[in-house]
Design a protein around this ligand. Structure first.
Ligand SMILES: NC(=O)C1=CN([C@@H]2O[C@H](COP(=O)(O)OP(=O)(O)OC[C@H]3O[C@@H](n4cnc5c(N)ncnc54)[C@H](OP(=O)(O)O)[C@@H]3O)[C@@H](O)[C@H]2O)C=CC1
Length: 433
């Protein structure tokens, strides 16, 4: 039998669509998954030990936007499904397309290194190690599992309890604690609202940059449906204006609810989406402080000179892009989460190496990972081709320049893409010969 030419690392939402797409194109592959089931981050308490999902997690992109193109989410699902429903969807996707038998579960990829124009892949399963060679490797190991902490750490020592949002699962972990949460991304805000509602005690958020809080729903529609192929073609300044107007109309200024307003334009950060935060802040149950200056025991001093004591600190400070199976001098995203990839997929210096789902869209990752997989499949079957290295590097630089004009320099924003423009980019790439 023909040996597999592709190794897929991971069977999360990106790995499964890669497997399904290669299968459809008749490309033989091995897909290795560390845990015993598909779904990656979306599987609460995944036994691969990598999921950051908490018990109450609902996705904040709407059901129709996040579905794969040929497999809609069930119509009886709510607009913003719970993680258990998303996992049911992924399970039924792999069964519907018959790809479960192609996934090797409980098999962890330990090391990948380049050799002979391809890659050796060493796996471990039940204590047994195997090493196989593949001309192509698709990396789909996710980028929301390796906790990132402030570097350098805040001065001093906090002697209360600390937790990273990655390890937050249920509110009993924080019961009875006076809580300080660092960060104002989606993890921070979900946890703050859950804590405030559950215990009816004020929670403090420390944020150095602030965030515009966008609602799940706007004018009776899922907020993210406002971005569509048409509006995505408008100049950014006009998109900002429309969004500002809709937010003002729908709920006024967020400062009216006690939520600080960032001093930069809308759409220049990864969106923090919450229907609850303004309300619980307006009730005094979530308070805001600027960045932390120093710790001393249970006391925290903030950059405005104010101080307070806390029992517990939750670092909701995001995630490190990590590839534990690569030697760091071969490939690493470094402390800055920066990996230079052509169209966010192709490593210009390592032919045959592809990265899937290594994006942070204003929108959902799944349908974009699907397009990335289709692009890879077309490249592998010779239906399209890549430009030369110089052209790839030029395009990567252009992309980086565009990002740095729009977002503040931060490890948080290196993977940012706009849903529809990025979709169009991939569709064009698939036609390039
Ligand atoms: N319901 C859902 O669908 C959910 C989705 N998610 C997604 O998961 C991903 C990760 O989200 P999240 O965990 O919130 O992480 P993010 O990276 O999005 O946010 C990290 C937050 O921590 C702050 N921060 C980082 N480093 C420091 C530092 N050194 N000092 C002070 N503040 C710091 C950032 O501020 P700054 O901007 O200044 O760097 C930012 O406010 C996102 O894509 C998010 O959308 C997460 C939770 C729920």
């Amino acid at each position: 039998m023909e040996t597999p030419s592709v190794c897929i690392i991971g069977a999360g939402s990106s790995g499964i669509v890669a497997a399904k797409t290669l299968h459809e194109h008749g490309i033989r592959f091995d897909c290795f998954e560390k845990g015993s089931a598909v779904g990656g981050n979306w599987r609460y308490n995944n036994d691969n030990g990598m999921s950051s999902a908490y018990r109450s997690l609902h996705i904040n992109t709407n059901r129709d936007i996040m579905a794969y193109s040929d497999y809609p989410m069930p119509r009886d699902y709510p607009m913003f499904p719970h993680h258990s429903q998303i996992i049911r969807y992924f399970d039924s996707y792999v069964d519907h397309f018959g790809i479960r038998p192609f996934i090797q579960f409980k098999t962890s990829v330990e090391r990948v290194w380049p050799a002979d124009g391809g890659y050796w892949v060493q796996t471990e399963s039940g204590g047994a190690r195997q090493t196989r060679w593949y001309p192509h490797v698709i990396v789909a190991n996710g980028h929301h599992w390796h906790p990132r902490y402030p570097t350098p750490p805040f001065p001093g020592t906090f002697t209360g309890e600390t937790l990273h949002s990655h390890d937050y699962k249920t509110p009993d972990q924080i019961a009875g604690r006076k809580l300080l949460i660092v960060g104002i991304g989606n993890s921070a805000v979900d946890i703050a609202c859950e804590a405030a509602r559950q215990y009816n005690e004020p929670v403090t958020i420390s944020t150095r940059s602030g965030a515009y809080i966008l609602p799940n729903w706007l004018l009776g529609r899922p907020f993210d449906s406002l971005a569509n192929p048409l509006t995505s073609r408008l100049p950014l300044s006009l998109q900002r204006l429309l969004l500002r107007a809709s937010l003002l109309l729908a709920r006024g200024r967020q400062s009216a609810y006690g939520v600080p307003v960032p001093n930069r334009p809308l759409l220049s950060e990864h969106p923090t989406i919450s229907q609850d935060l303004l309300n619980v802040s307006g009730r005094g149950l979530v308070r805001f402080k600027p960045d932390i200056r120093a710790f001393s025991g249970h006391e925290v001093t903030f950059t405005d000179g104010s101080r307070d004591t806390f029992d517990m600190l939750i670092y909701a400070t995001g995630y490190q892009v990590s590839f534990p199976f690569f030697d760091s001098d071969f490939i690493s995203a470094g402390d800055t989460n920066n990996l230079q990839l052509y169209h966010r997929v192709i490593h210009p210096d390592h032919p045959g190496l592809y990265f899937l789902g290594l994006i942070q869209p204003l929108g959902a990752i799944m349908p974009l990972a699907e397009l990335q997989a289709q692009w890879i499949a077309r490249l592998l079957t010779g239906h399209c081709s890549l430009p030369n290295r110089a052209e790839m590097l030029r395009s990567i630089q252009e992309q980086a320049n565009r990002n740095s004009r729009r977002y503040k320099p931060s490890a948080r924003h290196t993977l940012q893409v706009d849903f529809y423009p990025y979709k169009r980019l991939l569709e064009r790439a698939m036609q390039t010969r």
